[in-house]
Design a binder for this molecule. Structure first.
Ligand SMILES: [Fe+2]
Length: 262
């Protein structure tokens, strides 16, 4: 697996507090068989807003420490950017980083709502050649209520990334159910850890990957855990897999059992 969403960089957001914690996280990654990741510190204006240059410095420091500890973890730079109308400005001014300087950009929605301008921002990003990847859509209340909100963004050209811990119920039953729906309806292109600290449960990676194997076919499993993330690192195009529009299965009413309509 290649992890395209995590908070391993030290002292830049609510992820690793210091370099020691980053090193502990790196050891967990290698123990879990993961040797390539993209670090994606938050960029939230007014909250976590360390710049691309600052993040590059943090990454350089971490790389030196990884070498000293003989840890062979390859880390590339990215960001998890909280959606705002200024995203394009941030990219063009070099304040934020796309994923390994590729065309792919990781975007976070608010948990409770989706701004009205979202479709417009997706359109503008695509027009400029960027491909938005929506981070953990299964955690967004509006998408939990109606998965086709995500379907519509995917049909415009966006991609989506699911958090592995959603599959083991780490955020509750509703989010687990939504994660399963999005996978079954081919709306997910990446799975990632979104790990923030050494205390996050790395043991869940294995169990959530096992759950994933039972939801999607072998080819999709390989695509969303490995092939698509490697295409991001290499800046290669990714297929949108024809997502399927979600249709809620309704239980037949007692009347429909007796009366057939024509
Ligand atoms: Fe994150």
């Amino acid at each position: 697996m290649i992890d395209i969403h995590n908070h391993i960089l030290p002292s830049v957001d609510d992820g690793a507090e210091d370099i020691d914690e980053s090193i502990k996280m790196a050891k967990f990654y290698l123990k879990s068989g993961i040797s390539r990741i993209i670090a994606t510190p938050h960029y939230i204006e007014g909250a976590w807003n360390s710049t691309k240059v600052e993040n590059q410095k943090a990454l350089e420091k971490l790389k030196i420490s990884l070498d000293e500890n003989k840890l062979d973890l390859e880390i590339y730079l990215g960001n998890e950017i909280y959606i705002t109308m200024d995203i394009l400005n941030y990219i063009e001014k070099g304040i934020v980083s796309t994923l390994n300087d590729s065309r792919y950009i990781l975007i976070e929605f608010p948990m409770l709502d989706i701004p009205l301008y979202t479709e417009n921002i997706i359109y503008k990003l695509l027009l400029k050649g960027y491909i938005p990847i929506i981070a953990h859509p299964e955690r967004c209340s509006r998408i939990i209520e109606n998965p086709n909100i995500l379907y519509n963004f995917l049909m415009k050209g966006a991609l989506a990334q699911l958090n592995l811990s959603s599959l083991v119920g780490g955020y509750g039953v509703k989010i687990k159910t939504t994660a399963e729906i999005l996978l079954k309806y081919r709306m997910i292109h990446f799975v990632s850890t979104d790990i923030h600290s050494k205390d996050d449960n790395f043991a869940e990676i294995e169990s959530s990957l096992n759950i994933l194997k039972n939801i999607v076919d072998g080819e999709t499993f390989n695509n969303i855990t490995y092939l698509n993330p490697s295409k991001v690192i290499e800046d290669i195009g990714i297929e949108n897999y024809n997502p399927i529009k979600y249709q809620k299965r309704t239980k037949p009413s007692i009347f429909s059992l007796f009366f057939k309509t024509v």
